[in-house]
Ligand binder design. Sequence first.
Ligand code: ADP
Ligand code: ADP
Length: 243
Amino acid sequence: TATMSARDVCKTFHRSNGWFAKPSETRALQGVSFDVEPKEIFGIVGESGCGKSTLARVLVGLENQDSGSLSLGGRKLFGPGMADVPPVKRGIQMVFQDPYASLNPRMQVGEAIAEGLAISGMARSEREDRVAETLSLVGLSPDAAQKHPFQFSGGQRQRICIARALVMEPEFLVADEAVSALDISVQMQILNMLLDLRDRIGLSIIFITHDISVVEYLCDTVMVMYGGKAVERGKTADVLDNP
Ligand code: ADP
Ligand code: ADP
């Protein structure tokens, strides 16, 4: 388990706007810095368009930053004068908002969960063991591996997506609005599962949401973003007490 440190992360999107209009740019991240301790659940909140998803994508390596640095336990993942560490080697996995869109309907659940392991060359029997262990970690039975995504509810599908991330044994899970598409009772089940995973396997979590009540329930610390900047950061109780 390791501390994550982000320093001065910047990202600007350039848009051409076609032949006739002037090109425009959006400064999505303007010097964002934070630290997340091992086993911490770190919330990122802010209104739509403030840069939360861009930050998440930069952390896992789905998007390239323009500048800044990121390290995990002293290991640099990107920064001045170095090539970026590719997503699978970062020890950071991501879960997205929509569990329906995130799973290939043609793939069996076990196959989907094991995809990353297969790519990294792990033998089939070992993959099957890992999938069974990981399914139990997210509260699903082993026979889920032979089923298809359409046979599961939204909450169960999100558990499958979380299993697909955990099977790679990340130190950090980045969840981007991971409960927003679910019924409120199912949201609670997933949040409780994340709290349990933190305690059982020492998982550290970055949880992006627009929902303050979720932050209050789940997060030890929180960072508030506005217009691509971190405008506040601290213990959840302190930040939420100071509107
Ligand atoms: P949030 O997740 O907080 O809603 P985003 O990170 O999605 O915010 O977006 C931050 C800003 O960057 C927004 O103004 C958005 O329109 C812009 N943006 C995000 N992704 C792209 C992209 N691929 N191309 C151009 N602009 C983008
Ligand atoms: P033990 O030391 O008894 O294996 P652990 O706490 O390391 O206990 O893990 C318990 C179970 O969770 C094991 O099956 C392990 O493979 C699995 N596990 C631990 N950490 C992770 C992780 N980050 N992602 C996926 N599975 C994990």
